[in-house]
Design a protein around this ligand. Sequence first.
Ligand SMILES: [Zn+2]
Length: 171
Amino acid sequence: MTGLKYADSCDVEVNLVLDAKTLLAGGDTPVELDGYGPISPDVADEIIARAPNASIRRLLIDPVDGTLIVREPRRRRFDRPTSAHIRTRDRSCRQPGCDLQIRDDDHIQDYQFGGPTTADNGQGLCARSHTIKHQPGWTVKADGKTTIWRTPTGHQYRSTPPPILPGHLRQ
Ligand SMILES: [Zn+2]
């Protein structure tokens, strides 16, 4: 009906407008799908679940006057400026000991566990390190600008973005 059947393969941004009750407690007030119209919260959940490549932005409505109050920073994909920031800052894969080229922008704290899609919660990883990070037993946490990688054997390694010195920029 909305073309969302194809959302799996598309790089789209979906704006969902909802009230605070629906956001916090799973209310049943219709959700406004930007550019389409009102849909039920269940359908909204379905869209979010079925569109792994979509950026979902939830826009919150003031319960008193119905105006838009909050633009919740819950985009799943890093936008271009944020991605560029991460890649310029990290320069190469951030897994300690790995120096491969960055392929992915990774949420240090997983998006599904509430990690924001921001440069501070982002790190550049190569494909291999990205896979490793999500294996059982591995944890990665941020400590300021440093990330701490803990292996399944309990060893900890720290990774800090390299200094960017004038005249030493790559590319
Ligand atoms: Zn790597």
